[in-house]
Design a protein around this ligand. Structure first.
Ligand code: NAD
Length: 319
């Protein structure tokens, strides 16, 4: 079994790699070549979440599990709130193949998924990017989205405004003007990424213009919520995995309220595979409910293993 510590990941997997890996696994799932197994996610109290996301990609020969969660007290420990590790197994024999640090990989694959949704579903003339949230993931989201479209400016809102200058600094590094705004000014955005740990909706119908694409990435657990359910119901909704979208994703609230029919939610992979339509008009609101799936974790972890082996990095251990 190869152990790849967190510190090596930045040298092994780039945002462009993550984009390609997530494209491939979402497409494989839509073609029936890969599947996510049911998620186990437990609340530990005081906002802590711990769980397991597992699956198999038969097309890519990957099987495994990501163990980890969200621990909001970690800032005081000097480490990030998201903590995870990915374990890969041989799909034929079940033997463990690798244990890979999952923190940066999670940020890269989550940002890649939102970026793919923007690339495929935002209007071609989208020029203003909105970001709701300014925590650890938000910077990765901004960097990934900036690679794909010719944004003219970025606007950001966060419940804790003192966190926004860090996002502004990343925008400056990318050569993009950045402005901290109130939520009603999100109507200026053509695409909005939401990436908070909020337990209640922040982004309301009145904050979003017709034709906007929403990449809703923060809600990955029962009880979290970023978007007003009526706005979710009004949108054409896409997701990484319908079963997760209705149970732990942003759509959980609209579905529970009877505002959205689960059958109407479209896997983004089906769009990537040419099996389902994308945006239908310049005026409709599209929404990607990015819940975060095991197949993404396996894809980027497997890539890290391939690259590490090629360069003789990581540590082999007998288990
Ligand atoms: P973080 O702890 O670094 O930042 C949290 C963010 O949420 C900050 O912007 C903070 O100001 C905001 N926030 C905190 N409490 C809030 C509240 N009550 N109302 C509104 N906003 C609030 O977290 P992070 O690592 O940036 O992760 C953000 C979210 O994304 C988390 O919910 C995390 O679980 C989720 N996440 C999802 C995926 C996925 O694949 N969908 C992957 C990784 C993380």
């Amino acid at each position: 079994m190869l152990i790849i510590p967190e510190a090596l990941i930045a040298d092994l997997v780039t945002p462009a790699d993550a984009y390609d890996a997530v494209m491939a696994c979402l497409t494989a799932a839509a073609r029936g070549e890969a599947e996510n197994f049911p998620v186990i996610r437990q609340a530990l109290g005081e906002g802590r979440q711990y769980g397991f996301k597992s699956g198999i990609d038969r097309a890519a020969g990957q099987m495994g599990v990501k163990a980890g969660g969200y621990f909001p007290g970690n800032a005081a420990r000097g480490i990030i709130n998201h903590q995870s590790s990915v374990f890969l197994f041989d799909p034929d024999s079940g033997r463990p193949l690798a244990m890979v640090g999952g923190n940066l990989l999670t940020a890269l694959r989550t940002a890649a998924a939102a970026a793919i949704s923007i690339d495929r579903l935002a209007r071609p003339d989208a020029r203003v990017l909105g970001i709701v949230g300014a925590g650890h993931q938000a910077g990765f989201q901004l960097r990934a989205a900036a690679r794909l479209r010719p944004w003219e400016r970025v606007i950001g809102w966060n419940l804790h405004p003192e966190m926004l200058p860090r996002l502004g600094a990343i925008a400056a590094e990318l050569g993009l003007p950045f402005e901290a705004v109130d939520l009603p000014r999100m109507v200026e955005a053509d695409a909005i990424i939401t990436i908070t740990s909020s337990p209640a909706a922040s982004l309301m119908t009145a904050h979003v213009s017709p034709g906007t694409h929403l990449a809703c990435m923060g809600t990955d657990t029962k009880g979290k919520q970023e978007i007003e359910p009526a706005l979710v119901a009004r949108a054409r909704v896409y997701t990484d995995e319908v079963a997760q979208s209705v149970s732990i994703g942003e759509a959980q609230h609209a579905v529970a309220a009877g505002l959205l029919d689960a059958d109407k939610i479209i896997p983004l992979g089906a769009v990537l595979a040419g099996l389902a339509p994308g945006r239908q008009s310049d005026s409709e609101i599209t929404l990607y409910d990015g819940t975060g799936v095991a197949l993404q974790d396996l894809a980027v972890a497997a890539l890290a293993v391939t690259r590490a082996k090629a360069r003789g990095l990581g540590q082999e251990v007998e288990v």
